[in-house]
Write a protein that binds this ligand. Sequence first.
Ligand code: OOG
Ligand code: NI
Length: 459
Amino acid sequence: MSAHVVPPHEIRRRFAQAMSRMYRQEVPAYGTLMELVAEVNRQAMAADPALREGLEATDSLDRISEERHGAIRLGTPAELATMRRVFAVMGMYPVGYYDLSAAGIPVHATAFRPMTEAALKTNPFRVFTSLLRLDLVADPDLRADAEKALSRRDIFTPGVRDLIGRAERQGGLSAEEAETFIQEALETFRWHDRALVSRDLYERLHRSHRLLADVVSFRGPHINHLTPRTLDIDRVQELMPARGIAPKETIEGPPRRRCPILLRQTSFKALEEPVAFRDETGAFVQGTHTARFGEIEQRGVALTPAGRALYDQLLARAQARQKEEKAGPAAAAAILADVFSDFPDSYAELRARGLAYFEYAVAQGVSGARPGASIEDLVAAGDVVVHPIVYEDFLPVSAAGIFQSNLGEGAAQSFARSPNREAFEAALGAPVADEFRLYEDIERASIDRCLRALGASAA
Ligand code: OOG
Ligand code: NI
């Protein structure tokens, strides 16, 4: 059997394409955004040959236009555990733990994504996956009704359940099985315009927290956005209105810089869509629901724990000043830029100060032995070149901003900050991987390759 299995990255690539096609049909503005992003990316590369060369040198040029992430919100631990097995068939594993309770959103989350460098380069599709925290819903009656509604649904088709089991037993899927798997798995992410709950329950859920209504009311966890990666987010943000798309007012994350760090994101508001609910007599009545939106992201270099600590510290400082000065969008951006002038903005300095991760490669045309040379000697001599490693994960404060913007004004509530990674991992049925470790491994492996190739000493 194992000789005939389709590689997980191939299933992931085809699944991501199928999902993108489906979402494009469901939400036409997403298609418009994709076209705009492709256009701006072409212009950005034409205007900056070094950017293009860097992408080429790290084999990541091809992945840019295919690259995207999505998000879903699950209702129960059992749904999360099965979702983990679905993603595993596609070579996607849970990385990182995100607590959003502090930001007024009753969920915690992980990102399912490929973990190794080779897998990321083939196709980096990721899904930010949240689990509802009913423990944060104060009203016991509403909690019980939500639990009951969730217990009545099965978000997976029998076909996908069967194929996950087969993939686990056989160590993969045949071509025909993989094709069926993609179609069956896609069903879980589809939009349903008939609610599972009555209008009355929907409204009670909605009044408690909009997110609760979105998670509990439907037959499945509809994909709520897909996000292409852009090389110039400010430009896309600026051009969106002319294409009939209204972006949120501010871009989440760090300010614009010469050397982009982590992740910057912006989105357009969720659409109001028609939904049919049952009334007391069991007849369908028409209503609406807002959940689905579009987002774009620009990714920069991954930061080490020291770099991340500096990022978190500066972001907190900027937010405090923005609040104190009651800053509007323009003033807020100016404050952010000002505060972040304390974050080094050259790759050389980011590397020298151990703030970011880099990949090392033997320079073109260099060969022969450099006995006794350390990696720093090799870099200084130009025998080894250095490229930033792209950040593949998410940022809790930014994610909270994205949630807020698509749930609508006033959606946030205050919950006591209460991360509960143990409960999340128990629901998942596995630990989440440590993102820093993954970047460190990629960096270390690249250094080892250089030292070996040039017969230099490890130092
Ligand atoms: C997820 C929001 C977070 C991101 O890119 O940070 C997110 C959601 O709205 O379900 O997608
Ligand atoms: Ni997103």
